[in-house]
Write a protein that binds this ligand. Structure first.
Ligand SMILES: NS(=O)(=O)c1cc(F)ccc1F
Ligand SMILES: [Zn+2]
Length: 262
């Protein structure tokens, strides 16, 4: 009987991850609920800056748990600076979490609001040598989170990712994905919340400085349907819709969420 690899189903989902990944029960887990009344405005928080090289984009893949775009992070080619960060963090990959319907799907929940999806841009601190080394450090990784809400105006910049979906419908499929600057996905406002937390998937290392953008970007119902047309399973298996790949909010345990805005 194959050892049930972690996932989002009842037999291998978030409530059971701690059985194989003890860090999942740590004191600095992500995602969390953010309640504006508990947030502290920190006027010393600097603005954040992304300088991404479109040539760093390499491939897009369906790993059966999300849709991920991978970038060349072999040198400081696409970097994130400023905000709560010290130094330049290298962009490694971006991926999404989404729901089976528009009323849920995000991992972080803001004043009780669940967004239809949440996009994560994952960066790591090169002072720790490589990504694996960075995972072991509290300042190892920085993830920019962007909320997706469903509206009438499709975000043209999301089109590029969603057009590729047809080529990676099933688990294990990968396709070239080049000449893409993910900063086109950013909303107008640079306002953000920041706190210290973890990967939202096993092994749930507590190495992430989260930078969550306050302003969601809008996607169309068709764009969401496209995302939900991905399959968890391989091309020779029965279609198993890749949806609800989100971890529910975890205990805040006294952590303070700071806001760059009033
Ligand atoms: N959802 S996440 O941004 O915390 C994340 C990023 C990774 F690179 C690996 C695992 C993760 F769970
Ligand atoms: Zn994620």
């Amino acid at each position: 009987m194959a050892q049930s690899v972690w996932g989002y189903d009842s037999d291998n989902g978030p409530e059971r991850w701690h059985e194989n990944y003890p860090m999942a029960k740590g004191d600095k887990q992500s995602p969390i609920e953010i309640n504006s009344k508990d947030v502290r405005h920190d006027s010393s928080l600097a603005p954040w800056h992304a300088s991404y090289d479109p040539g760093a984009a390499k491939t897009i893949l369906n790993n059966g748990r999300t849709c991920r775009v991978v970038f060349d992070d072999s040198f400081d080619r696409s970097v994130l600076r400023g905000g709560p960060l010290t130094g330049a963090y290298r962009l490694r990959q971006l991926h999404l979490h989404w729901g089976s319907s528009d009323d849920h799907g995000s991992e972080h929940v803001i004043d009780g609001v669940k967004y239809a999806a949440e996009l994560h841009m994952v960066h790591w601190n090169p002072k720790h040598g490589n990504f694996a080394g960075a995972l072991k450090q509290p300042d190892g990784v920085a993830v920019v989170g962007i909320f997706l809400k469903v509206g009438k105006t499709p975000k043209p910049e999301m089109k590029r990712i969603l057009e590729e979906i047809d080529n990676i419908k099933t688990k294990g499929k990968e396709a070239p994905f080049q000449h893409f600057d993910p900063s086109i996905l950013f909303p107008k406002s640079r306002d953000y919340w920041t706190y210290h937390g973890s990967f939202t998937t096993p092994p749930c290392e507590e190495c992430i400085t989260w930078i969550l953008l306050r302003e969601p970007i809008e996607v169309s119902p068709d764009q969401m349907a496209k995302l939900r047309s991905l399959s968890k399973s391989g091309e020779n298996e029965a279609m198993n819709p890749l949806v609800d790949n989100w971890r529910p909010p975890q205990p805040v345990k006294g952590r303070v969420v700071r806001a760059s805005f009033k």
